[in-house]
Design a protein around this ligand. Structure first.
Ligand code: AHR
Length: 625
């Protein structure tokens, strides 16, 4: 293939093309990115949370009692009405939490232990609190006297004297007395950026290393829930932990919302990414009431008489994020530790909803209210579910009618689909709304994360760059999946309590995320092989990075043979003699392929052989003298 850049046809493209999609699916939040080590810390798990109504999933999940002691769940006079349940301990024994299949501790690391306690009789109960191996070896121990008859927060630090991947937290109580405990938390001090109530460092580091220009949250379907009662309400997820409102996760488990809107926004700020919160468009998933809702199976949305309140909730989010610290909601943000605004610019309304009258009516109301009060905020509408051939017609009719700035599209397709539809956005009308490809991934039979899917995504990303004059943003989905709790495959990052495994698709996202540009330079290709099928398997793009003026060439070869590339660079007045080459290659079914980096002379790169099944990124600094 001979590639000739058309410098005269250079166009400006989005500076935020590659971002991440975060949804609490596959235990991505609790037991995942959220660094809390105690499972069911607030005794708010419910039978109803769990798909299949597992009888062991209830307020006592992950807690055990040893010895003659007893515990039951009570709800009289709780810490906060949103956190109704607590544990009442009686007798003497060891009250133990097993974490998420064990608590992973590192030698000499410090852990913040906190809980709310109250003693209910005259003598103050004395507790020993310790971290131990599951065989009973004590890793650290402290004593606390619960000296209050009213709820009081107790805090101490435990330091593990060895590394243990499946420790337990124990409360040893010996006084034959009664004690109430709630919100029992064990947090590593070593979180991402050292934030309190923060994120697991290794996972957050892996996300940050993608150099995402934005983070979308909290879903996915989680944002609109599987019934009206399950819609995600952002305001339930901010403020002191004991006042947040935990909720059933529609993916069949529980969300503490300890990782709530404040933590999402803080993370975005910490990694220099735009926050892109998505709120429900007043309708749940596919507009249908599910999970025992009286409207189960029928189309439904937030009742019209409740829409004013719902719209106000969305407007409050913008005030919370951007308002002055003395405004009603700005005060809540400031009280959490962030007096300065978060500079919210984008808000998604709706997620892959069925485009019906019920949807349109509610979306329009929310959209108009945001436009009227906050015209500076860019609303991202939803194009609805993808049906091959219909190309989101109904969703786009609304976009056209309302002039929605950006439309969110989602599709999960085969590698072949991505390879053969690289012209998907070439056909889009440039005068209409911009596009946010909010969820995409290539799926093969068995849904494995292989180099095959990663290369199809890479080829498609070159096409997204070509179209990044209208495709403003794109995010692979889903992001995280915990080993043993994965409900959806493939995912970008798999993890356990101790390990993080990055997929070939992760490296593709990282290579594109770290090699973004804001100027697209089209390249004309002339092929020695006339077969279109072969031509589509060699994909390419060229961009210029405004930060250092580097010229970046991306080349994808999805053929089983090497591809000869002749890269015309003569029209650039190149200063550098060498370029940095990052290459991801391997067997098509490889799940462990990783990119390698090398330096190459520019001269040599003008005539090169792309290995079979490879993505090559060439970075030539800087483009002009
Ligand atoms: O990414 C997983 C799910 O796929 C999302 O929750 C939903 O929006 C889509 O259907």
């Amino acid at each position: 293939v001979k590639l000739t850049p058309k410098v005269g046809q250079t166009k400006s493209i989005s500076d935020m093309l590659v971002g991440v999609f975060f949804e609490d699916i596959n235990y991505a939040a609790d037991g995942g990115l959220y660094a809390e080590l105690i499972q069911n810390r607030d005794f708010e798990y419910k039978l109803d949370d769990k798909q299949g109504h597992d009888k062991d999933w209830n307020e006592k999940t992950a807690w055990r009692m040893d010895g003659s002691g007893q515990f039951h769940i009570d709800s009289i006079n709780p810490i906060h009405p949103n956190n109704k349940h607590y544990a009442r301990l009686q007798g003497e024994g060891i009250f133990r939490n097993i974490g998420y299949d064990g608590i992973a501790l590192n030698k000499n690391e410090r852990y913040d232990l906190s809980f709310f306690g109250r003693g209910t009789v005259s003598k103050a109960p004395k507790l020993k609190i310790r971290i131990s191996t599951k065989d009973g070896k004590i890793l650290d121990e402290k004593s606390v006297i619960v000296d209050s008859k009213n709820w009081k927060k107790y805090q101490l630090v435990l330091t593990s004297n060895e590394t243990c991947k499946d420790a337990v937290l124990e409360f040893v109580f010996t006084d034959r007395q009664q004690l109430d405990l709630d919100l029992i938390s064990l947090f590593p001090q070593h979180t991402f950026k050292g934030r309190k109530n923060g994120l697991r460092k290794d996972l957050a580091d892996a996300i940050a290393a993608l150099n995402p220009r934005f983070v979308r949250f909290p879903g996915g379907c989680l944002a609109h829930g599987d019934g009206i009662e399950n819609i995600y309400h952002w305001s339930n997820t901010v403020g002191p932990l004991e006042s947040r409102m935990p909720q059933r996760n529609m993916w069949g488990y529980h969300q503490t919302v300890g990782l709530g809107y404040y933590e999402y926004f803080q993370f975005c700020e910490d990694i220099g990414a735009y926050a892109v919160p998505v709120v429900a468009a007043g309708v749940p998933c596919q507009n249908s009431g599910a999970h025992g809702h009286p409207l189960g199976g029928q189309q439904c949305g937030v009742p019209m008489e409740d829409m004013d309140d719902y719209i106000q909730e969305v407007l409050n989010l913008i005030e919370w994020a951007n308002g002055d610290k003395n405004s009603t909601w700005g005060k809540v943000r400031a009280a959490a530790g962030h007096p300065e605004p978060f500079h919210l610019k984008y808000i998604g309304v709706g997620n892959e909803d069925l485009i019906s009258n019920v949807f349109e009516e509610r979306f329009t109301m929310i959209y108009n209210a945001i436009r009227a009060k906050y015209p500076e905020i860019q609303v991202i509408g939803t194009a609805g579910p993808f049906f091959e051939g219909t190309d989101y017609v109904e969703g786009w009719k609304i976009a056209d009618k309302l002039n929605v700035p950006i439309m969110d599209e989602h599709y999960y397709q085969t590698p072949g689909w991505f390879i053969h539809n690289q012209d998907f956005y070439d056909k889009y009308d440039r005068s209409k709304s911009q596009v946010y490809l909010g969820e995409y991934a290539a799926h093969i039979h068995g849904r494995a994360s292989t180099l095959e899917v990663a290369l199809a995504e890479a080829a498609y990303l070159t096409a997204l760059e070509r179209n990044a004059d209208i495709v403003k943003m794109a995010s692979y989905a889903p992001l995280l999946a915990k080993d043993g709790y994965t409900q959806w495959r493939p995912d970008l990052i798999y993890f356990s309590n101790t390990d993080v495994n990055l997929t070939p698709s992760y490296y593709v996202q990282q290579l594109f995320g770290c090699n973004n540009g804001t100027e697209y330079i089209p390249m004309e290709a002339s092929y020695s092989n006339a077969a279109v099928d072969v031509q589509k398997r060699v994909a390419f793009s060229m961009v210029k990075d405004p930060k250092d003026q580097s010229l970046i060439v991306k080349l994808v070869n999805i053929l089983p043979v090497a591809a000869n590339i002749q890269l015309e660079l003569d029209q650039f007045d190149l200063k550098a003699d060498t370029a940095v080459v990052s290459q991801l290659t391997g067997k098509l079914d490889s799940k462990t392929a990783k990119p390698e980096e090398r330096t190459e002379t520019v001269e040599k790169l003008k005539h090169q052989k792309l290995p079979p099944y490879s993505l090559t990124i060439i970075r030539i600094p800087p483009a002009t003298k």
